[in-house]
Design a protein around this ligand. Structure first.
Ligand SMILES: *[C@@H]1O[C@H](CO)[C@@H](O)[C@H](O)[C@H]1NC(C)=O
Ligand SMILES: *[C@@H]1O[C@H](CO)[C@@H](O)[C@H](O)[C@H]1NC(C)=O
Ligand SMILES: *[C@@H]1O[C@H](CO)[C@@H](O)[C@H](O)[C@H]1NC(C)=O
Ligand SMILES: *[C@@H]1O[C@H](CO)[C@@H](O)[C@H](O)[C@H]1NC(C)=O
Length: 391
């Protein structure tokens, strides 16, 4: 199709070079209308787009729509863009999602773009109330807003994820996947609402993204390689984390992480690597780079925690077996909400190697923040706190 257009109107085509010619499919063609349930229309639009041998854009225009869980897959024959300018709402009652782990689940294809000014509203308030895992042992895994599974060369541009019942976004097994201009929003008090979790993926970029939520803004799981988080604002939230790691023997190593030019505001942690003590996992974590980061009243701005054990679920008697090496913290400034702005608590079984602190300018109540270290000898260049002797 592109070829025939190029032959008929070559000058027009050349002038428009870079814009991909695509067939627009409006959701209304499949019976999707504002203030109605568009579940079936969305699935029908996907099926038609996925079978098309030329690029297709599915358009969901401004308006408010309801949608139940969708699970759409490729491989598709050509690139697909889903442009959402409306607000799409999930059922507020978790039971109406029939046990789905993800509300909008898209997988197994190449060249997917999700774009537009639209909002995916998980309506999580009712779910958070019944699901406090710190007090309720029978808390259930609730539905995440998005699952992007085994997608290559794909982009999420603009788009807002709001009030997910659980994690907002789970990225699994993707290659060359970019978030650009994405927004995540949920209250600070919402439970388990991690922003973007990335696992077992290569070359994922989170760029120009604003994340305010009740748990980690970005968390990186096992098997991640070449991950970049740049120009991201986090807050409220629990910060940007690598881990937790080590709980299972099935995990793969984590290598090549760059967190750059990010601001964390009033978050629990700033940049963190966390691994479980008393756990069987033995993977390595290497080449972690954190630079040009501003902290605004962050409780633990820089933290390696190899004794991560929330709610006393484990014993700290046996050290973590995860080896952490080549970690640099460079040009990190701002304010800490606690005296020790730098906590480097490495494993007594496998101490950290090659941890570098370069130009760390953090203050607590106007005085330089301190550093606590165990099982690590950080290489200090420029200004940075030296490790205080531990009691
Ligand atoms: C995505 O890339 C991986 C690694 O190159 C490949 O194994 C997989 O088949 C690709 N997926 C699709 C849907 O083409
Ligand atoms: C990554 O994906 C984007 C978006 O589809 C594409 O433009 C780019 O060429 C891909 N990069 C590589 C190295 O394949
Ligand atoms: C750093 O990120 C902010 C957005 O948080 C952006 O406005 C600014 O241009 C970025 N700076 C550089 C040098 O890229
Ligand atoms: C840091 O070390 C000092 C001295 O041992 C100790 O008093 C303090 O509680 C430690 N802080 C943290 C957050 O572990």
């Amino acid at each position: 199709m592109m070829l025939s257009i190029a032959i008929i109107v070559p000058f027009l085509f050349l002038a428009d070079l870079g814009a991909v010619q695509s067939l627009d499919l409006d959701i209304s063609k499949f019976g999707g209308a504002p203030n109605a349930d568009i579940t079936q229309a969305f699935i029908s639009a996907w099926n038609e787009a996925c079978a098309s041998t030329t690029a297709v854009k599915i358009v969901i225009p401004a308006g408010t729509y309801n949608m139940r869980e969708v699970d759409v897959k490729g491989p598709c024959k050509a690139p697909i863009e889903i442009q959402v300018d409306g607000t799409i709402k999930a059922p507020a009652n978790p039971d109406e999602l029939k046990g789905a782990d993800q509300w909008v689940k898209i997988g197994y294809t190449n060249f997917l773009t999700l774009s537009g000014k639209g909002v995916f509203d998980g309506q999580g308030a009712a779910a958070w109330k019944q699901n406090d895992c710190s007090t309720n042992k029978n808390c259930k895994m609730l539905c995440m807003n998005f699952g992007f599974n085994f997608l290559n060369n794909s982009i999420v541009r603009d788009i807002t994820s709001k009030d997910s019942k659980n994690f907002h976004v789970n990225v699994l097994g993707c290659n060359n996947f970019t978030f650009d201009g994405f927004t995540v929003t949920a209250p600070a008090t919402s439970l388990n609402t991690d922003g973007i979790h990335i696992g077992r993926s290569t070359d994922v970029k989170v760029l120009n993204t604003n994340i305010g939520t009740g748990d980690d803004c970005v968390s990186l799981g096992d098997g991640d390689k070449q991950i970049t988080v740049q120009n991201v604002h986090c807050g409220p939230g629990h910060g940007i984390s690598v881990g937790s790691l080590g709980k299972y023997t099935t995990e793969s190593p984590v290598e090549g992480v760059l967190i750059k030019n990010c601001t964390l505001t009033e978050t629990d942690n700033g940049v963190r690597i966390k691994t479980w003590p008393d756990a069987p996992g033995t993977i390595t974590v290497t080449d972690m780079n954190f630079e040009d980061i501003t902290m605004v009243n962050v409780r633990n701005p820089i933290i390696i925690d190899q004794e991560y054990c929330p709610w006393n679920q484990c014993s700290k008697k046996n050290p973590s077996k995860i080896k952490i090496s080549k970690v640099s913290f460079k040009n990190i400034k701002g304010t800490s909400a606690t005296p020790e702005g730098v906590l480097l608590i490495c494993s007594s079984g496998v101490p950290c190697d090659g941890v570098e602190l370069n130009n760390i300018d953090l203050t607590f109540n106007g005085a330089p923040a301190k550093a606590n270290c165990s099982n690590v000898k950080p290489i200090i260049t420029g200004t940075a706190p030296t490790c205080q002797a531990l009691a």
